[in-house]
Design a binder for this molecule. Structure first.
Ligand code: BGC
Length: 396
């Protein structure tokens, strides 16, 4: 079934913005409090596109669905470029929704999971002491995570409405112009993110940007994955392999110390496949600081598909669905959903339980602008920023 932009535009117009006031979804949501509850109709078709039509900051939001001919569908709204769901076949061929999402744009906006499924910018992850220096000048930023800046400041790219174009059934182009000094970052940044669903069941995210003044950029995506399906419980039984011999240890505020340390001999070692839950509660200072895994891995650069670095392989123990990540980025933040506390109702009716999903954010290392030895995140005026990541799904 094709879900083109035209279909959604027409459906949205026909239903009108008034449809956003329909609170049937909210009623359904409040009825489902059991964290294991899953709607049996958690399919791409069950997402009501009318509930994504709204005006935010004077711009129109909508829902877009990307499909291929191999049974993969991804639903994305241009509000924050947020992924609302990713449906892929499990080992029995059953469509499984492997990404947490909300049932309306309103629910995304009101959720206290500020980054759920979203595009993250201008600077993904943390900047220490909420400031950085560039060309001899200090740029103060918003401290929105203790003393630090997290994910671009108070109103990062997760909370803006992107201009959207859907050139075909499998591609969504999102554009956003971030004004000079927005959230304290210098330079007018023209950003384009292209999401596409490939013929081999990957979600490809292609990020590009240009600036008119020297600046810093580190774009990523904050999808929350549960490869057994949204609402299927904790992710602790998932197995993970991260192709990284080193990581960037952090202080108690999750800012890297600046050292690259071996994972060998620590519970952060995923060089061989291991369950997320096997060592997550070990007596380890780094796990204490992160309240679980919340660490940047220094990727080995293992050659993978698409001519890119093979970053990691995650596998759902119940579904048999694997997700392989390939990227141009030097780092991967593995975050095991430690701060989730069942305060939100997801589109399936399930809660966002503690460790019920994980994020795997391809990125430059946290606090790079203040760590000269880390790969640079500087983008000079007139230069082109371009980086690509694939999340590829398979099952057995
Ligand atoms: C960070 C976590 C943070 C989470 C918020 C992750 O990228 O590493 O520390 O709590 O984003 O969604």
């Amino acid at each position: 079934m094709s879900h083109s932009l035209k279909f959604f535009a027409v459906a949205a117009l026909a239903l009108g913005i008034a449809a956003c006031n329909d609170n049937s979804a909210e009623k359904k949501e409040s009825a489902a409090t059991d964290s294991t509850a899953v709607k049996t109709d958690d399919t791409p078709e069950s997402l009501d596109s009318a509930k994504f039509v709204a005006m935010i900051d004077g711009k129109k939001t909508a829902l877009y669905q990307l499909t291929n001919h191999k049974g993969m569908t991804v639903a994305i709204t241009n509000y924050g470029g947020r992924i609302a769901g990713i449906w892929v076949p499990d080992k029995e061929g059953k469509q499984t929704d492997v990404a947490w999402g909300m049932s309306s744009v309103d629910a995304f906006e009101k959720s206290d999971m500020a980054y759920l499924g979203a595009l993250i910018g201008r600077y993904g992850n943390r900047i220490g002491h909420a400031q950085f220096q560039l060309d001899g000048k200090t740029y103060p930023l918003a401290a929105n995570d203790g003393p630090n800046t997290l994910h671009g400041g108070k109103k990062g790219f997760q909370a803006v409405v992107w201009d959207a174009a859907q050139p075909n059934d499998s591609t969504l182009e999102l554009m956003y112009t971030s004004p000079d000094m927005e959230e304290g970052f210098p330079g007018t940044l023209n950003v384009k993110v292209v999401y596409s669903v490939t013929a081999d069941n990957a979600l490809k995210i292609d990020y590009s940007a240009t600036t008119d003044k020297n600046t810093i950029v580190n774009l990523t995506n904050h999808a929350y994955f549960n490869l057994n399906g949204e609402g299927s419980g904790e992710i602790l039984g998932h197995t993970v392999q991260i192709y990284a011999d080193k990581y960037t240890p952090v202080d108690s505020t999750l800012i890297p110390t600046g050292k690259l340390e071996p994972v060998a001999g620590t519970p952060l070692d995923f060089t061989k496949p291991a369950a997320i839950g096997a060592r997550i509660n070990d007596d380890n200072e780094q796990l204490k600081f992160g309240k679980g895994y919340d660490h940047n891995y220094v990727l080995n650069g293992t050659k993978g598909l698409y001519g890119l670095t093979h970053a990691a392989t995650f596998t759902g123990d119940k579904s048999g669905i694997s997700m392989d990540i390939y990227t141009q980025e030097p780092g991967l933040q593995f975050y095991s959903g430690n701060f989730n506390k069942s305060t939100n109702t997801l589109k399936s009716g399930a809660k966002d339980i503690h460790r019920g999903a994980f994020a795997a954010e391809t990125q430059h290392f946290p606090d790079s602008p203040n760590k000269p030895a880390f790969p640079s995140t500087e983008l000079k005026a007139g230069q082109q920023y371009h980086t690509v990541t694939y999340y590829k799904f398979s099952s057995k």
